[in-house]
Ligand binder design. Structure first.
Ligand SMILES: [Zn+2]
Length: 630
């Protein structure tokens, strides 16, 4: 998962969609013979020059922003004076945000073409600095609005109709006012923010800098120094002894940090609880969800629905054990594909054709825009020396979307193309319809756009599989995706609930507590046929997601929502497709739950979650019958 953030008026705004890593990351950094960027044909490169034709144009906007940033100061202390004052301040702030978006995204897209280029490292540094200066210059706006009362703001909206564009934003701010403290108290909290980030910073230092995974020896006697990429690749491989060795070595390498990890995660929970209490929330969950106005019941219902339906996951684990022919199935046996020798390769051109055919049910307009995106410099397709890893979609309010891929002819690359194009079209449509202030997507809605594409495409590919083996490979991929994006995220969420509730009820945490809790939940999810090795229960303490409380459940709800929408589209439900297209052009001009209701899914009801579990059960049954057919 990769994320770049740029600050904006109302808190950290993510312009880059962070896609969860399903299964295993693509490997490339260590492969040999990676081409240079100059070796790649232009048609396979994105056109960052569509943002700025050259560096002079970038410099010109940079100078404009530098000159105009101080204009915000004139509004400080005066927002409550008149509707015009408020309107002009918000408009100016938005116009500067649009420019910083272009400066920032341009610099970092150029840098991601080849991270070794120092001129773009420098440009990125300058963009980040001016972005931070802009954030500081805007920082008075929100508190000043919050000092006004609702009646006054309503009067402003009544008196100046041009303020109407901001009415939802103002309503949403007022909604959260009950959790804003006095000016003095807010100042103390703001001053403590660096301290509050310490647990995450310490964890990141252990995880990225100090921790070494260890070294193993393969069957040829060759030493392998484990990196994360190599470790994941080994876990996907068919050499079981190597998998076991790698697992044991990696778990062992973490043991020396056991008590540090426990103390760090414990400190992060203390921090979550401190802010929840101080801001007068009943729980950490309530505090984490309030920004998006999501009721805590959505999370509890999700976990309950999955708990009531774990049998298909248990069945999958039994099937895996049987097919691999093991007496005991360990966690390091979970990532091996069922038919690795039958995996097909897809060239980029083949992938494009397949995706376009598969997405026909999405309608003519969608396909037309999809095809336009494929041919208009949106996508940077191939891996090159120094290029950013993984895949993502990014862009600005005034530019077309940009997609970074590292296309490597695998099935997952084909699906990544469909996935990222879902994000891209979501941004493309929303940028056209929404005013700047609402053009972005929240994580809660964003993954719906991308995953709907994948679900519709998968249906087509399964229906058109040439033979049994191809079908098995597709089913295996699909099942692993649902396991990773849905079940695993719900399992993580249940762990988050358990460890936060421990702190909230006045209990203490320890390494033993974290390990036992994680082990019990994982065992419950995977069932009696999985044996969790003695040290594999440390996982709960080394997952970075838990340092940002309660957000991974959004991948699960997003997935379930997308499944339900895709089922309607595939049934030929015209209203369902219209609702989806309307959803695709929506940013944040409504509460996220309401946006999903408009798209046809009410997460207050368990229907979407239950449909996903039912689909998963069907897929496991189908896989089983194909595998056992012989
Ligand atoms: Zn995504």
């Amino acid at each position: 998962m990769k994320q770049k953030q740029i600050s904006s008026l109302f808190g950290a705004l993510c312009l880059l969609l962070a896609c969860i890593v399903v299964g295993l990351p693509t490997l490339h950094a260590e492969s040999e013979g990676v081409p240079q960027r100059s070796d790649i044909e232009d048609q396979y490169k994105w056109k960052v020059e569509d943002i700025y034709p050259n560096l002079d144009a970038w410099e010109s906007d940079f100078a404009y922003l530098t000159d105009n940033l101080p204009r915000l100061e004139a509004f400080q202390g005066h927002l409550a004076e008149s509707p015009e004052m408020l309107l002009h301040c918000l408009s100016l702030s938005d116009s500067l945000d649009i420019i910083i978006g272009n400066l920032y995204v341009y610099a970092f897209l150029k840098l991601d073409e080849d991270n070794r280029r120092s001129e773009f490292q420098e440009l990125g540094g300058r963009a980040a600095t001016i972005n931070s200066n802009l954030g500081t210059a805007q920082s008075f706006i929100q508190p000043e609005i919050l000092e006004m009362d609702k009646a006054k703001l309503d009067g402003f909206l009544e008196a100046n109709k041009d303020l109407a564009v901001y009415s939802f934003l103002l309503e949403d701010l007022m909604r959260q006012k009950a959790h804003i403290l006095s000016t003095e108290e807010e100042a103390i909290l703001a001053a403590a923010s660096a301290i509050s980030r310490a647990p995450q910073r310490i964890f990141t230092m252990i995880d990225d800098a100090d921790h070494k995974l260890g070294t193993i020896v393969d069957s040829n006697g060759e030493k392998i120094e484990l990196t994360r990429g190599r470790y994941y690749k080994i876990l996907e491989g068919t050499d079981r002894d190597l998998r076991r060795q790698a697992n044991d070595t990696v778990q062992n390498s973490w043991k020396q940090y056991l008590n540090t990890l426990s103390a760090t995660l414990g400190a992060s929970l203390d921090k979550d609880y401190f802010y929840a209490k101080t801001r007068k929330y009943n729980s950490c969950l309530e505090s984490a969800l309030d920004g998006d106005a999501i009721p805590p019941s959505v999370v509890h219902n999700l976990v309950d629905a999955v708990n009531a339906n774990l049998a298909p996951l248990h069945k999958l684990i039994s099937l895996r054990k049987k097919m691999l022919g093991y007496d005991t199935l360990y966690t390091y046996d979970l990532s091996v594909p069922f038919l690795p020798e039958s995996e097909k390769e897809y060239t980029y051109e083949e992938a494009k054709k397949t995706v376009l055919k598969g997405l026909k049910p999405m309608g003519k307009q969608y396909l037309k825009d999809f095809e336009k995106g494929l041919g208009s410099g949106w996508i940077d397709v191939f891996e090159t020396e120094g290029k950013g890893s993984g895949g993502y979609c990014w862009g600005t309010y005034t530019s077309h979307p940009y997609i970074l891929l590292n296309f490597n002819n695998k099935l997952e690359d084909l699906f990544t193309l469909a996935h990222e194009m879902g994000h891209a079209l979501n941004a493309y449509y929303a940028n056209q319809r929404e005013p700047y202030v609402y053009h972005n997507q929240t994580l809660f809605t964003a993954e719906v756009a991308s995953t709907t594409n994948e679900a519709v495409l998968m249906k087509y590919m399964l229906a058109n599989a040439k033979d049994k083996n191809e079908k098995i490979v597709l089913l295996d991929y699909y099942i692993r995706q649902i396991r990773g994006t849905f079940f695993t995220q719900v399992m993580f969420t249940e762990f988050e609930l358990a460890i936060h509730e421990r702190i909230e009820s006045g209990g203490a945490v320890s390494a033993d507590f974290f390990r036992t809790t994680y082990r019990d939940i994982m065992q419950k999810y995977y069932g009696p046929d999985l044996v969790i090795g003695p040290d594999n229960d440390m996982s709960g303490m080394k997952i970075g997601h838990f340092y940002r409380q309660y957000y991974v459940f959004k991948y699960a709800t997003g997935y379930a929502t997308a499944q339900m929408i895709s089922q309607k589209i595939l049934e030929g439900d015209k209203a369902g497709l219209d609702a989806f297209m309307n959803f695709m052009a929506t940013g944040t001009s409504k509460y996220p739950m309401d946006i999903l209701v408009d798209a046809g899914v009410d997460l207050n009801s368990p229907e979407a979650v239950e449909r996903t579990i039912a689909l998963f059960a069907d897929l496991v049954d189908e896989l089983e019958s194909l595998l056992l057919e012989g």
